[in-house]
Design a protein around this ligand. Structure first.
Ligand code: SF4
Length: 410
């Protein structure tokens, strides 16, 4: 596998020079994000100081990608590493490389043994990743479900089209870690051509999820081109995009990008906040840019030990999402992906959290709790049905009391 510094970032996708003629200055230095830096306590201001750069650089998504923190020496310049993180950078570089945007690094706080920082847990490698009894490289057997390279076809009417390989942050629990084994997947022309051809020839496909990696790590031009080709396929009704950039690189979600996406409605974005600490003025602005262009934004979280595995943490996340107009969609129990056992909580923790949410928080703030299997998603829930008595159903209500619903069983 590759170290981040050797990952092939195609210059045509992320370099500044190509786009100076085709993208506005706002794409490099979006004024709305730059304005947030006028608050001295903002992540934009404190992050630029931490990385000893200008705020103009800090809000430039290409600068963020070029300045990804990929080794212990770089990370130690902005945060005090603990031993397992320092060693983790070294010992995991050939297993799953590290890479964290300066923005996401700026969200980290110091390590506290009894109260770990959820941002560090997600972004920094740790030696615990080397001890995993059950993890496998491809828990969803996606390779077996790919009729052509990088198109995952599990359900008859929809596909995941994995066009991207690069990410702003390489999340330590990612279930597609295996993708960095192979060089050159990112917006690869022949993979895109083959995928478009496959989707065009399968008229049952009405829903295309563009994913990766992170598909927003591409130029506006490349994204416009890709989405226009998918939208031109007559039987494709909806296009969805899975991206973590609002969380890990919000400066990428400019009004210009949102304007391009909005040309192809109906288009949906699913993002991936895992904890309330990720909800900042910067990430909120990224979401606002999408929603203000009529793009519905949903959220998929992963239940992670130390990150969101208590009722209080989950409630704060879900309430925070509604405030920035993001609809919670899925809460995934973590996949059994290699190197993540230290982050996987027991299933009963998820069930207890879900049970308590019902009745205590707005109904549409409650995501579906899911175990993802190679043949599809399986919802997991506390069983409120206690039994049947004649034509009556015996239920446990949300307060834990018994309720008899009369005459509903025939
Ligand atoms: S952003 Fe998504 S694809 Fe990229 S490492 Fe994180 S979880 Fe994996």
């Amino acid at each position: 596998m590759l170290e981040t510094s050797t990952l092939p970032i195609p210059s045509s996708l992320v370099s500044d020079s190509q786009f100076q003629s085709t993208e506005s200055l706002d794409t490099f230095c979006p004024k709305d994000f730059l304005a947030l830096g006028s608050q001295a306590s903002s992540i934009t201001a404190t992050g630029a100081n931490l990385f000893k750069t200008s705020q103009e650089n800090f809000v430039n998504w290409r600068w963020q990608m070029r300045t990804q923190v990929a080794d212990a020496k770089q990370a130690a310049l902005t945060t005090e590493l603990i031993a397992s993180e320092t060693q983790g950078f070294r010992e995991l570089q050939d297993v799953f490389h590290a890479g964290v945007t300066p923005y996401y690094m700026s969200l980290m706080r110091e390590h506290r043994p009894n109260d770990p920082c959820p941002i560090r847990l997600q972004g920094l490698p740790r030696t615990e990743e080397l001890a995993d009894r059950f993890g496998v490289p491809d828990p969803l057997l996606e390779k077996e479900h790919s009729p052509v390279k990088e198109v995952v076809h599990v359900y008859p009417d929809r596909v995941a089209f994995c066009v991207a390989q690069l990410c702003p942050v390489y999340c330590r629990y990612c279930y597609r870690k295996r993708r960095d084994e192979e060089v050159g997947l990112h917006f690869n022309r022949s993979i895109i051509d083959r995928g478009i051809d496959y989707i065009s020839k399968n008229s049952a496909i009405r829903d295309v999820l563009i994913t990766g990696g992170d598909p927003f790590i591409a130029s506006d031009v490349a994204l416009d081109n890709l989405i226009s080709r998918i939208r031109a396929i007559p039987h494709v009704e909806i296009i969805r995009i899975g991206t973590r950039t609002p969380v890990t690189l919000p400066y990428r979600v400019t009004t210009e990008l949102a304007r391009i996406l909005a040309k192809y409605h109906p288009i949906y974005v699913n993002t991936h906040f895992n904890c309330v600490e990720e909800i900042t003025p910067e990430s909120s602005l990224a979401i606002a840019n999408l929603v203000n262009h009529g793009i519905p934004v949903g959220n998929q979280s992963v239940l992670l030990k130390g990150v969101n595995d208590t009722y209080e943490k989950m409630e704060a996340l879900l309430k925070g999402l509604l405030k920035i107009r993001v609809r919670p969609y899925y809460l995934f129990h973590p996949h059994n992906v290699a190197g993540t056992e230290h982050l996987r909580p027991s299933l009963d923790i998820g069930i207890k959290i879900m049970k308590k949410l019902r009745g205590n928080i707005t109904g549409f703030a409650i995501p579906s709790y899911i175990i993802d299997t190679p043949s599809g998603k399986v919802p997991i829930a506390h069983n409120h049905v206690l039994g049947v008595d004649g034509q009556d159903l015996i239920l446990e209500d949300v307060r834990g009391e018994i309720w008899r619903e009369k005459g509903v069983v025939f």
